[in-house]
Design a protein around this ligand. Structure first.
Ligand SMILES: *Cc1c(COP(=O)(O)O)cnc(C)c1O
Length: 463
């Protein structure tokens, strides 16, 4: 067995009982280990490479100790099977050359099809509605080109004030593309003052007030900064009732929370995502697109076309006319990047073994609740008027994903750097947010315990 070969994949039963989340304080280290021993998902951690503390500068005895890696919302860990999956394609290339398009174990010409069923499960899509392709931002442009069709009366495009920058750039550039001033065309939904969260009622009120002038709304399934899970069903239904085209950015939602994009609210028009966050497919791995069935056969909307979106018979005949494939596959442009796609296969197998997001979510809710309480316990080490740490992520499980976002009073970057030196890997986002994301596929109760313990000591010592 090569050193990279993972152990056999355990299959996690759908109803396997989980340990209770620790109460108000995170308890002892031994208790955290006991929780892990009682966690039916725990063996899945062995399927991943977990970075050791040497990666973050530890040179002493602790250098080979695994990190508490709480950054899977930014870059998911590498499945050990990813290596074998990439090697298979390299071998097929070496042995077959161009014939690999047809004769590779998974022929490259139709490689994207090997992801369709898994992505369909994760997104909650009907047949034909998803495809693995491209990059998130690139796909967003393709979707906006097809679905943002402003008219003099209905021209607004709605995003959130704190949208991930690339989403805002894409939207603003489409306004310009249609010769409109962004200030005129782009309407931004603000978070409620003090909470930083988007209130569903504010979104619905905006649709009520300005619905007839709104062409398209683009919102995040899970907000990247706060970890808030939006009410996709209600917002989609309200948009559709007003004739607004609605798209979702699922970058932080896919593989994190259960999704039902085909059905919720009558079905969103489109969605996009990347696969290197909770999907663990590696940096630059291929993203994906959902296009609702109702658009599957439409020829009356424009699209930025490429030969992989063409009917396969027409494509290989090199015919000059473009005849789009039905469904999401009709938006493909190019051949898949096979080498960077292969790890997604390994990752989807792990989701399958885990019982997909529906089953994993049970662990995620307990683990993130434990982390939330751990942060509050750490904050209570310095009682006073202003809490040094404040969780901004919603407390109720249906309103959040795996991530716990903490607003820091004081030097947030210094605190994050201190955590990093202790092997607690998390990130800092301006102006004051530390994001900690326990991913249920590989994070443990002990990881959460380490984060709480490190935060408590930092607060006690004024970091
Ligand atoms: C991670 C993320 C992206 C990343 O876009 P790329 O095109 O993959 O670089 C975009 N939008 C959101 C909301 C994200 O969280």
């Amino acid at each position: 067995m090569s050193p990279n070969a993972p152990p056999p994949i355990p299959v996690i039963p759908a109803e396997a009982p989980l340990p209770e989340a620790p109460p108000d304080d995170p308890g002892s280290e031994a208790q955290a280990h006991a929780h892990d021993a009682a966690d039916p998902f725990a063996p899945l951690r062995e399927q991943f490479f977990v970075p050791v503390m040497a990666a973050y500068g530890e040179r002493g005895e602790g250098a080979s100790r695994p990190c508490a890696y709480l950054c899977g919302n930014s870059l998911g860990l590498q499945p050990k099977a990813a290596y074998g999956a990439v090697r298979q394609e390299l071998q097929d290339w070496a042995v077959l050359g161009v014939e690999g398009h047809f004769q590779a174990r998974r022929p490259w010409l139709t490689y994207h099809e090997s992801f369709t069923e898994g992505l369909r499960r994760l997104v909650g899509a009907a047949p034909g509605e998803v495809v693995a392709m491209g990059s998130l931002t690139g796909n967003l442009h393709l979707m906006l080109a097809s679905f943002y069709r402003p008219t003099p009366a209905r021209f607004r495009i709605v995003i959130e004030e704190d949208a991930f920058p690339t989403d805002a750039y894409a939207v603003v550039s489409h306004a310009a593309f249609h010769r409109m001033a962004p200030a005129q065309a782009v309407t931004r939904i603000r978070a409620r003052p003090g909470t930083r969260l988007i209130d569903t009622e504010d979104v619905l009120n905006l649709f009520d007030r300005q619905g007839r002038s709104i062409a398209l709304a683009l919102l995040p399934g899970v907000q990247y900064l706060t970890g808030q899970a939006l009410d996709i069903a209600r917002i989609t239904a309200a948009a559709r009732a007003q004739g607004i085209t609605v798209g979702w950015d699922l970058a932080h939602a896919i593989g994190n929370v259960p999704l039902s994009m085909h059905q919720w609210g009558g079905g969103a028009d489109f969605a996009v995502w990347c696969s290197y966050k909770y999907l663990n497919a590696g940096p630059g791995s291929p993203a994906g697109v959902f296009v609702h069935q109702r658009h599957a056969e439409r020829t009356d909307i424009p699209r930025l076309a490429g030969w992989f979106g063409n009917e396969p018979s027409a494509r290989m005949a090199m015919r000059p006319d473009f005849v789009p494939r039905a469904g999401a596959e009709g938006w493909q442009l190019s051949e898949m990047p096979i080498l960077s796609s292969a790890p997604l296969r390994a990752s989807l197998e792990l989701f399958d073994a885990a019982g997909w997001a529906e089953n994993l979510r049970r662990k995620s809710a307990v683990l993130s609740a434990a982390l939330r309480r751990g942060v509050e316990w750490a904050a209570s080490a310095r009682p006073g008027a202003e809490a040094p740490l404040r969780v901004v992520t919603p407390e109720r499980a249906p309103e959040r994903g795996a991530q716990v976002s903490v607003a820091v009073a004081g030097d947030g970057r210094a605190l994050q750097q201190r955590l990093l030196r202790q092997g607690v890997v998390c990130d800092f986002r301006q102006p004051d947010i530390i994001r900690l994301a326990p991913a249920p596929l590989y994070n443990s109760f002990h990881d959460v315990w380490r984060a709480a313990d490190a935060l408590r000591r930092a607060v006690e010592q004024g970091w």
